[in-house]
Design a protein around this ligand. Structure first.
Ligand SMILES: [Zn+2]
Length: 242
């Protein structure tokens, strides 16, 4: 999950809008994670179920294994990506702190130039920069030069856990259907359930982001159906081969 870093035009509009941006980013990541879980685990379950020889135990084993593997892989990927982002931020801050200690005048000029660039008159920009430097020099540079803010600070563990949970919540659907449906109907029931949930999530995601509803739904259902069709054909071919 990559969150916008202070560069979003909405982030500058006030605390309310800022909160909305934050929540939308979080929800979007959750919806994407759930989509991943539905598509990958459903298509795996459909692939195995399409093989005539596969028992229910084999279908459940495949579904559960892919749920766990997918959740772990999401967590690991997210942890690595957010950690490296947070390492970069820490390194940027350390460099900034060293520059502030070494060349405070140059840093004041730099800050004033940033405010001038945003439309503040030169003399006033200089004055603002001086007062900000006196109040909290590193904080001012962190916010206005690096574009980092505390509430957007990278949290690797939180990101890892939430994306693993999002994936699992999507993957739980095909596994549950595979437990409940009659053996002969597992493939078709999982496929229908997956496409329905994908459509609902696609509509939810579009509503949150203010995007056109039908286009988002058609897109996600198309890719879901394509994945299901491909694995079902493969399952049938390989399952029939032995
Ligand atoms: Zn600086």
């Amino acid at each position: 999950m990559t969150t916008g870093r202070g560069t979003s035009p909405l982030a500058a509009e006030g605390p309310m809008e800022h909160h909305l941006v934050h929540r939308v980013g979080w929800l979007r990541a959750a919806v994407l994670g759930a989509n991943d879980g539905i598509i990958s685990v459903s298509s795996l379950v459909v692939g195995v179920a399409a093989a005539p020889g596969a028992t229910r135990a084999a279908i459940l084993l495949a579904g559960t294994a892919s749920l766990v593997a997918g959740a772990m892989s999401m967590a690991a990927g997210e942890y690595v990506s957010v950690s490296s982002q947070s390492d970069t931020e820490r390194a940027d801050l350390a460099r900034e702190q060293a520059e502030l200690a070494r060349a405070p005048e140059a840093e004041t000029v730099e800050l004033a130039a940033i405010y001038e660039g945003r439309g503040v008159a030169p003399a006033l920009a200089r004055q603002v920069a001086e007062q900000m430097m006196a109040h909290d020099a590193l904080g001012a540079h962190k916010r206005d030069e690096l574009g980092l803010s505390d509430d957007l600070a990278a949290r690797p563990i939180q990101a890892a856990v939430s994306s693993a949970l999002a994936f699992t919540s999507g993957a739980a659907l095909p596994v549950t259907i595979a437990v409940l449906a009659p053996r002969g109907a597992v493939a078709i029931a999982v496929a229908i359930g997956a496409l329905l949930l994908l459509a609902i999530l696609g509509a939810t995601g579009a509503k949150i982001g203010g995007a056109p509803l039908s286009r988002a739904v058609v897109r996600v259902v198309f890719w879901g159906a394509a994945a299901l069709a491909v694995t079902s054909v493969i399952g049938r071919m390989i399952g029939a081969a032995d």
